[in-house]
Structures are given as C-alpha cells and as structure tokens.
Design a protein around this ligand. Sequence first.
Ligand SMILES: Cc1cc2nc3c(=O)[nH]c(=O)nc-3n(C[C@H](O)[C@H](O)[C@H](O)COP(=O)(O)OP(=O)(O)OC[C@H]3O[C@@H](n4cnc5c(N)ncnc54)[C@H](O)[C@@H]3O)c2cc1C
Length: 390
Amino acid sequence: MSSYDAIILGAGAAGLMCAAVAGQRGRKVLLIDHADRPGKKILISGGGRCNFTNIHTAPDRFRSANPHFAKSALARYGPEDFLALVERYGIAWHEKTLGQLFCDGSARQIVDMLLEECAKGGVELRLGHPVSEVDHGDGRFRVSCGGSEAVAPALVIATGGPSIPKMGATGFAYDLARRFGLKVVEPRPGLVPLTLGGEDVLFRSLSGVAAEVVASADRIAFREAALFTHRGLSGPAILQISSYWQNGQPIEIDFLPDRASGWLVAEKQQRPRTTLRKLLGSALPDRLAETLAERLGIGAELGNSPDRALAEAERRLSAWTFHPNGTEGFAKAEVTTGGISTAELSSRTMEATRVPGLYAIGEGVDVTGWLGGYNFQWAWASGWAAGQAL
Ligand SMILES: Cc1cc2nc3c(=O)[nH]c(=O)nc-3n(C[C@H](O)[C@H](O)[C@H](O)COP(=O)(O)OP(=O)(O)OC[C@H]3O[C@@H](n4cnc5c(N)ncnc54)[C@H](O)[C@@H]3O)c2cc1C
C-alpha cells in the first residue's frame, strides 16, 4: 500500500488544478481517473478551443442554493490568475464575446499546461482504472483502484457531474459524498436545450433559424441568440435560461428587445400600407417573421388593424410564452446544476466541516456557472482553494 498526503479522485479541470497546486506546495499527491486520458471535457470544450475563463467573473454569475458560497474561492483565484498562467505558457488567446476567453489554437494546450504543472509538483497520475473502494478510518482514507491501494489523510472528490455520460461522466461524486453523510442538492441538467410539445410544436418547423432575443424565466433574463431546433429551443440564450428553468414553468422570449413601447401603433401612423409580416421581416429572419405574423393573425395592412390588436401583438412579441415540456437531458447538458451541498463545506478550503480531510471541488459541488467560461473558472478557483489547504 502506497501512502500520500492527498488522493484526488478525478483528473478533470478541478482535479488537475488542485493536484498541481498541492504538489507544488510540496505535498505528495496521487491523482486518479477512470478515463484513459485526463481532462477529456477540457479537450472538447469551446468547440475544441476551450473557453477557459470569463473576465466578467462575479459571484452572481453562478447558481447555488447558497449564492455566497463561491465568493471566497473566486476572489482568491480569479480569471486574471488563470490568464497569467496561460500567458506564462505562451498560449495564444482571444476574447470572443461577452468576456469569454478562448485559446487561439487548441484546448489540448490547456490540458498540456495543467499536466506540466502537475509534473512540476511531482503529482503521480493513475489513469484507466475505476475506483473500486473507498474506506475511511483513523483519520485516513484508503482508496482501492486498479488492483492497488493508496492511503492518505486527505481525499478530494473532483469527479464532476453526470452531464455527457458518454464522456465518462458519472454521479460518483454524489454517491461518495452521501456515504460520508454530505447532502446533495438535486442534480439537474444545466446549459441544455429545451424541448417543446403541445401548441409550441409548430415552432419546430423553424429548425435552424436563430435570432438575438431576450429569454427570461424565474426572474432572470439573458440577451443572446436563441435557436429553433427540430426538438425545441437551443442557442446561448436558451442554454443560459435552462439552468434556471424548472419543470412546468413557462419561458418568455422578447423577439424585438430594442423596440420601444408603442412602436407598432407608431408604425401604423407612419406607414399605414405596410404589414406586420414586412415589419417583422426587416428585424428577424424571414421564416420566423412569417410564423410570428401568422400566429398573431394580423395579415391586413396596419392601417386596417385596430390599435388594440396591434398593442396586443406588440405585447406578445415582447413576451412570447413557450411551455417547454422538458430538456434534452444529461446526454446533451453542458453542466449539471445542483450537486454536493455547500452547507457542509468550508467556502475557503472546500473541506467538509464534519469530515476532516474530505474535500469536494468543481462541478460536483452545488455551484453552476453561466455559459461562457464560468464553469472552468469555478473548477480552477475551487481546485486552487483546496490545493492551498491540503
Ligand atoms: C461539451 C462541453 C463543452 C464545455 N465547454 C465549456 C467551456 O468552453 N467553458 C467552460 O467554462 N465550461 C465548459 N464546459 C463545462 C466544463 O467542462 C465543466 O464544468 C468542467 O469540466 C468541470 O470540471 P470538473 O473537474 O469538476 O469535472 P470534469 O472536468 O468533468 O472532470 C471529472 C473527471 O472525473 C472523472 N471521473 C468521473 N467519474 C469517475 C469515477 N467514478 N472514478 C474516477 N474518475 C471519475 C472523469 O473521467 C473526469 O476526468 C463544457 C462541458 C461540456 C460537456
């Protein structure tokens, strides 16, 4: 049996960061993953270019049962810290939009950088074997994996969430946390397309059409592109909203977020011969304009439509209500909302308050970022916080 200062389960974003930090602080670290390669989600992230952080990182861009929990870790390891690391490795990057930083080249550069950082800390990496057993006694954790056993006074749960199971994602973090008596906030697919049924099914014929909208639900709104799909709705605005959407809730879409109140009646006065279809066509993709005009039932020239009907059409265009009947599930979810409850974790070190030596970091914890590099920033920050404490 080999002994270590810390055993980290999961060589993803958070586990690699945590291992590198602890290793470089002189800790003897074993990093275990059942996958044959580390950082698989990093490799496929951001379309292969890894949206590795967001310069607008702030605690309100994360969802958690305790919105204050992420503050400490994010304040101590921010986007500028990760960016400094990226620059030390000479990795070229660019800001795409909304503060999202991507590699110019490939996500592989981020994985290589983290592996190099782990190597500098003498981290031992054990890949390709499932963890068969975890025991705890006398203040030590014993982990059996690939026919050998390792023991350490500290164990870090960094096995992520169950989104995209075909990438090797599992709910192992939750099973392990529960075994140690930690609570788990119901895990749900986040940053995931929504499916439409009922009356809304008619919109499926718009599959492939996208428009910039404001999507809102549960008192939060996102202005980004929405995309109609053959199953329902996707695109950044919808993915963002999906992390806040609850089953049975409607979502609202403002198709014309830049129009001032009363614009349609004003158009009628200025251009009585024009039609709603034409007006919508000047602001929205053609097929969408046609569908919306048809569904609003205003085919006549504006001059022949009562003001009341136009005001009602304007209202519906600014708050079009969809009733999603579900999501595309963990198979398509970029993240998992919910997870190991923060109530029993130290926000400074990520250590379980009632189980000394047990830590949880990354996506397995009930902290979920918005789309746009926030989830990696949480993985880096929580991994760094635990790495400092090990
Ligand atoms: C397609 C896609 C694109 C994404 N793009 C971005 C992006 O551009 N920017 C961004 O910020 N976020 C992105 N995300 C989200 C981001 O990848 C995750 O939030 C982040 O990887 C979480 O880090 P983690 O270390 O907690 O978990 P992971 O990176 O998922 O790592 C967990 C590790 O644990 C291992 N593991 C799981 N179960 C076990 C087990 N039982 N035993 C041993 N090992 C186990 C896994 O193999 C994995 O290596 C994307 C996600 C997906 C799916």
